[in-house]
Write a protein that binds this ligand. Structure first.
Ligand code: G3P
Ligand code: MG
Length: 257
């Protein structure tokens, strides 16, 4: 169901924890989600890609080195191999041994706790269509089993991934991610049936928010960690703020800066 997405209300919380809990815990792991939830966050962003055997899992980079004990291309290993990696030691000893999170596990965590999820479809190179299609199909199946839950918002920088998501699960809401306002971005978002655009925060201002609202789309921004920038985008009327600073910004509270 998409009720609420095209009307006056926007069902998602304004404050969205980036990669689970930003930088306070190993990004895109369940430990990060738990920490973000402990700081009062009820909406989360995460990056999802596919293993070699087509299992959706959480990881930002295309390669394993930065945030796991593995080496090489993230899409070259099966989920069985990936699930044995350490995705916590790189961050700190407290998280040593934390595993990578499957999309299934994160979905279960969100559904059982009533959390909203923004799924950034982040394909490994040359895997846009397969990733968009599989992630949407799996999300649709998992969320359909919990009919009263808020549907996940699927976003991507990759239009081909969003197009595949639209084909696989047209009723799941989509958002186009933008790191620049390139020529034709609005037509692209419209053609993909997006309910929102998510821009780098420096690209967003009150005029752009107004332009989007006038055509029934919502305006979200990433990644806002600076209090003055948070005040600026919130004053401009943005509908969502993705942040690493879950210990600085309390969802629901006024910004005291
Ligand atoms: O989804 C917003 C944000 O996560 C996009 O940038 O590189 O942090 O995934 P990145
Ligand atoms: Mg992301």
């Amino acid at each position: 169901m998409t009720a609420g997405l095209d009307g006056a209300t926007w069902p998602y919380p304004r404050w969205i924890a980036h990669r689970g809990a930003g930088k306070l815990a190993p990004e895109n792991t369940l430990a990060a989600f738990r920490l973000g939830a402990g700081h009062g966050y009820r909406a989360f962003e995460c990056d999802v890609k596919l293993s070699a055997d087509g299992v959706p899992f959480l990881l930002h980079d295309a390669t394993l080195e930065r945030t796991t004990s593995g080496r090489g291309d993230a899409g070259a290993l099966t989920w069985g191999e990936l699930s044995r990696l350490d995705a916590g030691s790189w961050h700190s000893r407290a998280y040593a041994g934390e595993p990578l999170a499957s999309f299934d596990a994160v979905t279960a965590f969100c559904l059982r706790n009533g959390h909203a999820l923004n799924v950034e479809i982040k394909p490994v190179p040359d895997d846009d269509e397969r990733t968009g299609g599989v992630v949407a199909e799996v999300a649709d199946r998992l969320w359909r089993a919990a009919p009263s839950a808020l549907l996940p918002l699927l976003s991507s920088f990759r239009p081909a991934a969003l197009a595949a998501a639209k084909r696989a699960a047209p009723e799941l809401p989509r958002a186009l991610l933008l790191d620049s306002l390139r020529a034709g971005w609005l037509d692209e978002a419209r053609a993909l049936g997006c309910v929102a655009v998510v821009t780098a925060s420096a690209l967003m201002d009150a005029a752009l928010v107004e332009q989007l609202h006038a055509i029934g789309m919502r305006a979200l921004v990433y990644t806002v960690n600076d209090p003055a920038e948070a005040v600026r985008v919130c004053s401009g009327g943005v509908d969502g703020v993705i942040t690493d600073a879950v210990d600085r910004f309390a969802p629901g509270a006024e910004l005291l800066v």
